[in-house]
Design a binder for this molecule. Structure first.
Ligand SMILES: Cc1cc2nc3c(=O)[nH]c(=O)nc-3n(C[C@H](O)[C@H](O)[C@H](O)COP(=O)(O)O)c2cc1C
Length: 226
């Protein structure tokens, strides 16, 4: 089992990282689990230039760490993404990767399980969690759980209750992947969003979205051309 953990905070030892490392440590105690822990801020990721060529070719013309990290996610069974709340949203560093990361249109997380972790100080962490969780769902993932945690800046978030929640959600992710848990409501919602929104949109774009169709076939989102 292969799990990718992304710390979206520029702080390698901040509150978000501490929660993510607690999850990483817990997962690594299990048999046959490998974890790739990534600090987004240590990667070289240029902002999306909006050329839309990836929709046609299936890859970005900028061959930087965004492409490499997307590939790692493509090959993973599960994903844990954490971010601090910045102005009631995710960090800019994480958003910059997400804009480059082939998430929603290409259904990067099809058949994968995911957890979102959001820390904040006062207001907006709930909104941030909604934004991040929606992105994961729209990209095809099943949500095994989420953490939203508010605390004073630069304080260690790990206490008994939070550590137990982090371990519990890691256990959920692990068992969901093994059992291929179906999450009926999430599956239904995703299938409506995909068939009413995403698929007709891509179809209307014709050849200029051939790269997206190839990805869908590779990920088995569709069996035949739509
Ligand atoms: C630039 C900046 C903007 C922030 N904006 C918010 C915010 O809108 N709402 C909030 O609750 N906390 C906000 N915070 C606080 C952080 O989200 C919070 O301290 C978080 O736990 C930091 O995570 P980290 O230690 O992993 O970097 C902000 C912090 C910074 C540095």
């Amino acid at each position: 089992m292969n799990i990718v953990i992304i710390n979206g905070s520029p702080r390698k030892n901040g509150a978000t990282a501490k929660i993510l490392h607690a999850m990483e440590k817990h997962l690594l105690q299990k048999e046959n689990v490998s974890v790739e822990y990534v600090d987004i801020n240590s990667l070289n990721i240029s902002p999306c230039s909006g050329c839309c060529s990836c929709y046609k070719t299936g890859k970005c013309y900028m061959d930087d760490d965004a492409e490499k990290l997307s590939k790692k996610i493509e090959c993973a069974d599960g994903l844990i993404i954490g971010t601090p709340t910045y102005a009631s949203n995710m960090s800019g560093q994480l958003k910059q990767f997400i804009d480059r990361g082939h998430f929603v249109i290409e259904q990067l997380l099809h058949n994968k399980y995911a957890i979102s972790v959001v820390t904040g100080e006062n207001y907006g962490s709930g909104d941030t969690s909604k934004i991040l969780t929606k992105l994961l769902k729209y990209s095809g993932a099943k949500i095994s759980g989420k953490i939203i945690y508010n605390l004073p800046f630069n304080r260690n978030p790990i206490n008994k209750k939070l550590a137990s929640k982090a371990h519990h959600l890691s256990d959920n992710l692990h068992s969901d992947i093994i059992k291929r848990k179906s999450y009926l409501f999430q599956t239904l919602m995703h299938s409506v969003i995909f068939s009413v929104g995403i698929k007709p949109f891509v179809k209307s774009k014709g050849e200029s979205y051939n790269g997206v169709l190839s990805k869908w076939k590779r990920y088995k989102v569709i069996k035949h051309e739509c």
